[in-house]
Ligand binder design. Structure first.
Ligand code: CP3
Length: 373
């Protein structure tokens, strides 16, 4: 049965995600509950990374840390978890020491047999759903709660490489040597991601983000061959499951990091996702006009999220203010009425060395420079 939650007090994120004009840009930051926060490091001393993910009250506590610290400045919470819980649910062992590593990666298509054949997301990932429900209750409607998944190509890359990789030798070998097996695996991952996201909405997630962090490793052609068809499959399946379950639709964000050529931006904007996340290597105004010229979503337009270089937060107050102002000028409309369909964020996750006071200043600058005249 659907759980009852407190009414939402701040819907700025959801309005911007639907492409509406807002009085100022909503702001949140990828990895906002992470190692730059002393309260995160304190709790992390006593618990393993995946132990926190699997323990709903710990995941809830960490999800709320930035919301409490930055109350009134931050416009969203994101559930504390990791994209690699999906490979774990599929039967793979994943360690975090300190980066992710898989002791037994998928070396050849033969290894696909080792994966769990029928995956019940409620059984394998129910702990994430519980954490979402608990966090949403604990938020008491202060800000919306974001759920997320890794995208198929990014998860595939970790499952095949066995961790991060500079060359992507193994995962690229799969794509070019075993394209059909690769596509079958990408499709299988996509279907799990879709079920997983639907479970997150049932549990209380109010917006969903799909992290395709390795999109930029693919050529524009391969982005449209090995990434976009599967992120689109997730979108279509989530939309149709929610409607057949009579659940309300939630906005969906695709973050195809590094897919910055104009054809890729246009293809992402045309995918049907409500919001496209941008990294800092593309100008906001260029992405906007590419999408506008392509008349995406029958003229309704797509919303964008991003895209300050996370390293700007190392530059001190003056640099942060200057660069946030520049970002706001890229994304804000010219009519003085405030931004339309823009969610302010960094272009990737906040990094561990950032001073939490500089993160606060970043958000204060967004409030100031994105506001309607
Ligand atoms: O954004 C949030 O605050 C929510 C939590 C969140 C984490 N990981 C927590 C985390 C989210 C949304 C993720 C997504 C994620 N995880 C991605 C996609 C986004 C991106 O950064 O590109 C990826 C590729 C992963 C896989 C992953 N998890 C890596 C490569 C690493 C190690 C690198 C790093 O930043 O340390 C992690 C670990 C991780 N995930 C940490 C956190 C807070 C730090 C680990 C720790 O506490 O020891």
């Amino acid at each position: 049965m659907a759980v009852e939650f407190a009414p939402l007090k701040n819907d700025l994120l959801l309005r911007a995600a639907r492409g509406e004009q807002t009085e100022r840009a909503p702001v949140w930051v990828m990895r906002q509950a992470g190692r730059y926060l002393p309260e995160f490091r304190e709790l992390r001393k006593d618990h393993e990374f995946f132990e926190i993910c699997r323990t709903p009250h710990l995941a809830t506590e960490i999800t709320l840390q930035p919301v409490r610290r930055y109350s009134g400045l931050l416009d969203a919470a994101i559930i504390f978890s990791d994209i690699l819980v999906i490979p774990q649910a599929m039967g793979m062992e994943v360690l975090m020491n300190p980066g992710p590593s898989f002791p037994d990666p998928l070396n050849t298509p033969e290894d696909i047999k080792k994966l769990r054949e029928h995956l019940d997301v409620n059984k394998e990932l129910g702990y994430v759903f519980e954490a979402i429900t608990m966090a949403r209750k604990e938020l008491k409607g202060e800000v919306p709660l974001i759920g997320f998944t890794g995208a198929p190509w990014t998860l595939f890359m970790y499952m095949v490489e066995g961790g991060g990789s500079k060359t992507l030798q193994k995962s690229k070998t799969w794509l070019f040597k075993y394209p059909e097996e690769s596509k079958a695996l990408l499709e299988r991952i996509a279907d799990i991601c879709a079920d997983y996201l639907v479970g997150q909405v049932k549990a209380g997630a109010q917006l969903l983000q799909v992290f395709e962090s390795n999109a930029g490793e693919l050529s524009p052609h391969d982005y449209e061959t090995f990434s976009l068809p599967y992120t689109t499959r997730i979108l279509t399946r989530v939309r149709s499951s929610l409607s057949s379950l009579s659940l309300p639709q939630v906005p969906m964000t695709l973050f195809p990091k590094g897919a910055n050529t104009t054809p890729s931006v246009v293809a992402s904007a045309n995918s049907g996702y409500d919001v496209i996340g941008l990294d800092w290597c593309v100008r906001g105004s260029v992405a906007r006009s590419a999408a506008a010229a392509a008349n995406v979503r029958d003229g309704k337009g797509v919303a964008f999220q991003g895209n300050l270089d996370p390293a700007v937060l190392y530059g001190g107050r003056e640099a942060i203010e200057r660069e946030v102002k520049r970002m706001c000028e890229e994304f804000k409309g010219q009519d003085g009425k405030g931004p339309k369909g823009w969610i302010a964020n960094l272009g990737h996750g906040i990094t561990p060395g950032v001073d939490p006071e500089d993160m606060k200043w970043f958000m204060q600058c967004v409030h100031k420079y994105s506001a309607a005249a």
